[in-house]
Design a protein around this ligand. Structure first.
Ligand code: UGA
Length: 434
């Protein structure tokens, strides 16, 4: 095993921390660099600044083994690393394109800090960036501020991440594939060594191909879900169970079983941002990405299908008390970015409903979006006296609900935005697409 010294710039966020921790678990020495003193100090004490299963336990172990450090001092990190990962955020601009200001400033800082260094190092872009960013933004900035030459004094790779929130560490340690976009062979060889202990196929490409693989993967998965939701909406009218249909479809090995669960639509910090960025890039180069445009439109209206069903059941939503279970953009996370729960709650409030909301992890974050709605300590408490209950995510806790748990509701109207419960065992249950 080759132990390498790695720095993660943006090492306190989901991707940087989980990737850094993953490399440390594999035996490399990792320094996670963050800007927030508070987050770095938490990491030093073995406390994860993000909610992500398994991170706390592993953090304690790698700190004990002394192969994991956290710091705000970028210079210290760079001086002590052979490989520098850039995993800072690339949020959306108003037109859907990505804001690369953090990528630019990280590249400038690296350039300035390595100016006087004589040792060879490899810069790896892990942040999701549109094709050509590594070549046209990162490399020129480092070269300009360091006076050094890519391919001679330092190496460059683009290495996209495929981590799902809620299982990021597991995805990192057991990837389906590792994509290495390399500036030159020497850089690619070094990065391949870092992934030596991973039993996954390694695909080596040029940098812009690697950048595109990330966008194509996320956009394809989003398309798969939108397609499933479209089939689901047709199934709903025809009285067909969309979950059974997609089970049958997914048994075809050319299609595969995953990401065929119908629901309220895709949200989170990745799919909406990445589909928007690929659309923006396509339009910028004079191409109309019609499939990506349509899946975005259908995804925007999908959560409103739930309200349509609710209206049919309740006749009027005004003055009704609605229990909303599941506030994060999916189960097993506290992340409420681009959550469909926000669209649904907004619409219910517009129609004059009162809300009693519950989520096992995401209530504090949701309170920042909706400080004035009611929050309950449990699903049972949220349901108490409610006229209807909407289940939006498939937390295990919701899957465990029994028929009698809904007895405290004023009327038994339960609508699922994601298949959670068994219709044959819970009375009054209806699904968005089944
Ligand atoms: C996604 C990708 O799955 C990761 O591979 C990628 O690395 C990550 O984005 C990223 O770019 O960083 P994530 O956003 O954490 O991961 O969540 P997913 O589990 O992919 O779910 C995304 C959305 O699709 C959620 O709203 C989820 O509820 C929805 N979804 C997922 C469905 O509606 N149906 C499905 O069958 C699967």
């Amino acid at each position: 095993m080759v132990n390498m010294k790695i720095s993660m710039i943006g090492g306190t966020g989901y991707v940087g921390l989980c990737s850094g921790l993953g490399f440390a678990i594999k035996g490399h020495h990792v320094i996670c660099v963050g800007r927030s003193e508070e987050k770095v100090s938490k990491l030093k004490r073995g406390i994860s600044p993000i909610y992500e299963p398994l991170v706390d336990e592993h953090l304690k172990k790698v700190l004990e083994n002394k192969n994991f450090e956290a710091t705000t001092d970028l210079e210290y990190a760079i001086r002590n690393s052979d490989v520098l990962f850039i995993s800072v955020g690339t949020p959306s601009n108003a037109d859907g394109s990505i804001d690369i200001s953090d990528i630019e400033s990280a590249s400038v800082q690296i350039g300035k800090l390595v100016k006087t260094s004589n040792s060879y190092f490899v810069v790896v872009v892990k942040s999701t960036v549109v094709p050509e960013t590594t070549e046209k933004v990162v490399i020129p900035a480092i070269e300009k501020h360091s006076g050094k030459k890519a391919g001679v004094d330092f190496g460059v790779c683009m290495n996209p991440e495929f981590l799902r929130e809620g299982r990021a560490l597991d995805d990192f340690l057991k990837p389906d594939r590792v994509v290495i976009g390399e500036y030159d062979k020497k850089s690619g060889d070094i990065l391949e060594k870092l992934y030596k202990e991973f039993s996954a196929p390694i695909l080596r490409t040029d940098m812009k191909t690697a950048e595109m693989i990330k966008y194509a993967s996320n956009s394809f998965l989003a398309t798969k879900i939108s397609f499933t939701n479209e089939v689901g909406n047709i199934c709903k009218i025809l009285g067909i169970d969309a979950y059974k249909v997609m089970e049958g479809v997914g048994l075809d090995s050319r299609i595969g079983k995953q990401f065929l669960s119908a629901g309220v639509g895709w949200g989170g910090s990745c799919f909406p941002k990445d589909v928007a960025a690929l659309r923006a890039k396509a339009k910028q180069i004079g191409y109309e990405p019609r499939i990506l445009d349509v899946i975005t439109e259908t995804n925007d209206v999908q959560p409103l299908k739930l309200i349509e069903i609710l209206k049919k059941k309740l006749t009027a939503i005004k003055s009704k008390q609605i229990a909303v279970l599941g506030l994060a953009f999916k189960a097993d996370t506290d992340d409420v970015r681009e959550t469909k729960a926000a669209i649904i709650v907004e619409k219910l409030l517009d129609e004059g409903a009162t809300i009693q909301a519950y989520d096992p992890k995401a209530m504090e974050n949701f309170k920042e979006l909706f400080p004035k709605i009611g929050y309950s300590k449990s699903a049972a408490e949220a349901m108490q006296g409610s006229d209807a209950c909407l289940i939006l995510t498939d937390w295990d806790e919701f899957k465990a609900l029994k028929d009698s748990d809904f007895d405290s509701m004023k009327s038994r109207i339960i609508i699922e935005g994601r298949r959670v419960l068994d219709r044959t065992k819970v009375n009054g249950l209806e699904g968005i697409c089944w």
